[in-house]
Design a protein around this ligand. Structure first.
Ligand code: PLP
Length: 433
């Protein structure tokens, strides 16, 4: 297969760098973790994505999660077309907001009230403010390796040692902004117990990705989420699930449905917007009612609940609610897993596949140590991943341009895509002569 030269992409990237920092509007798109220059896409349909250089890829990024039905799903596209004709934004309440909120509530029992916003970042940021306003406490616990968007208080990754106060992860985030953020290792209950002992009455909330999917894909150990629920309840601390990635992805009830946990608040994004910029946070009515205009916690958005975005979300969620999609995704996931594991085995490659339903990740390290937390994930051979990524591109398969991202299947993937993927993986895992 020809590499295509990537001429147009390269030209566009040169122009982009002149008008935009790093040439991209979100850093991971810049290919810094894998080398090379980003590919500019022209269109996407079903399980495929098409670049401006005339090449076609089997897509396992799915716009970083939203494209669960595949790209440009006809009913979603049609709903958007129809909504656009009625006006792009009203700045007033409208029926679409009520319909989508009702649908979400039907799918996830813990969500009594819902507020829409425009991104996952806004959703988690608002959950934290709400939790602090509701409890009258300041501190929050987050876990290293869990990503919750780029608001200041949450832009902290690893603390050295369980109870170290977080350090800023980004220039421009002040010590003050993260002073009340405690960072603990994931899958480590003693660390949480110790933090509760030390800061007993100061902790407002425990915030986590129930299935961390921003440091590769890390699974919660059996009983871990349940224990967090019990501990937080005992200490009157709110439990917040960041389901921006997992919501309506791991089954209709998200991770909370899958593991049978009822968090106090949940944050959503990605799938919920059908590809449009939508975020939402939701949970116990008593807590949600602390939000303005009923309560003292201010939160707002000029374009929140945007009618076109709501229409896209509704159309996608209707298909998901009808049933059948999650069963198909699990079946596809199992087929892909078997195929990839066969290829890894026959290549004798030091690679481990982690999969949960339609989410998966290839860790470039041997199977001898399971990846339980960020520290484990960081032992991966990121250079080997970079090589693999570029070989996959050559074989017509688009994986995320970083070892620390999760891959997504869509319901539109099928045998043809898997055939291309198998061929590409076989080449990609072959040791270089
Ligand atoms: C993507 C993501 C976010 C941030 O969402 P944006 O829409 O990019 O602001 C937050 N939390 C998790 C778990 C995510 O995967």
């Amino acid at each position: 297969m020809s590499s295509g030269g990537g001429k147009k992409s390269r030209e566009l990237f040169e122009l982009a760098k002149k008008v935009t920092p790093g040439g991209v509007h979100s850093p991971v798109r810049a290919f810094r973790a894998v080398g090379g220059t980003p590919i500019f896409m022209a269109s996407a349909s079903g399980p495929r994505i098409h670049d401006v250089d005339g090449r076609d890829y089997v897509d396992y990024v799915g716009s970083w999660g939203p494209a669960i039905l595949g790209h440009a799903y006809p009913e979603v596209v049609e709903a958007v077309r129809e909504a656009v004709g009625r006006g792009l934004s009203f700045g007033t309440p409208h029926a679409g907001e009520v319909e989508l909120a009702e649908m979400i509530r039907r799918m996830v029992p813990a969500l009594e009230k819902v507020r829409f916003c425009n991104s996952g970042t806004e959703a988690t940021m608002s959950c934290i403010r709400l939790a602090r306003g509701y409890t009258g406490r300041k501190k929050i616990i987050k876990f290293s390796g869990c990503y919750h968007g780029h608001s200041d208080a949450l832009l902290v990754a690893a603390g050295s040692g369980a109870l170290t106060l977080g350090r800023p992860d980004s220039a421009g985030v002040t010590e003050g902004a993260i002073f009340d953020t405690l960072v603990l290792p994931f899958n480590d209950l003693p660390a949480v117990r110790a933090a509760f002992e030390m800061y007993a009455k100061e902790i407002a909330a425990v915030l986590l990705e129930p299935v961390p999917a921003n440091a590769g894909l890390i699974l919660p150990e059996p009983g871990y989420l349940q224990a967090l629920r019990e501990l937080t309840q005992k200490h009157h601390v709110l439990l917040i699930f960041d389901e921006v990635m997992t919501g309506f992805r791991l089954g209709p009830g998200g991770a909370q449905g899958k593991y049978g946990i009822r968090p106090d608040l949940s944050a959503f994004g990605k799938v919920i917007g059908g590809g449009m910029p939508v975020g939402a946070f939701a949970g116990r009515g008593e807590v949600m009612d602390y939000l303005a205009p009923d309560g003292p916690v201010y939160q707002a958005g000029t374009l929140s609940g945007n009618p076109v975005a709501m229409a896209a979300g509704l159309a996608q969620m209707r298909v998901l609610a009808q049933g059948g999609v999650y069963e198909r995704l699990e079946e596809l996931g199992r087929t892909l897993e078997n195929m990839v594991c066969d290829e890894i085995r026959s290549a004798g490659a030091p690679v481990t596949l982690v999969r949960l339903d339609s989410m998966f990740c290839l860790f470039f390290q041997g199977p001898e140590s399971a990846v339980r937390n960020l520290q484990d994930a960081q032992r991966c051979n990121t250079r080997a991943y970079g090589t693999f990524f570029h070989r996959m591109l050559e074989g017509g398969v688009y994986f995320p341009p970083s070892q620390f991202e999760t891959c997504f299947l869509s319901a539109a993937h099928g045998p043809q895509e898997f055939e291309i993927t198998q061929k590409a993986i076989r080449e990609a895992l072959r040791p270089k002569a």
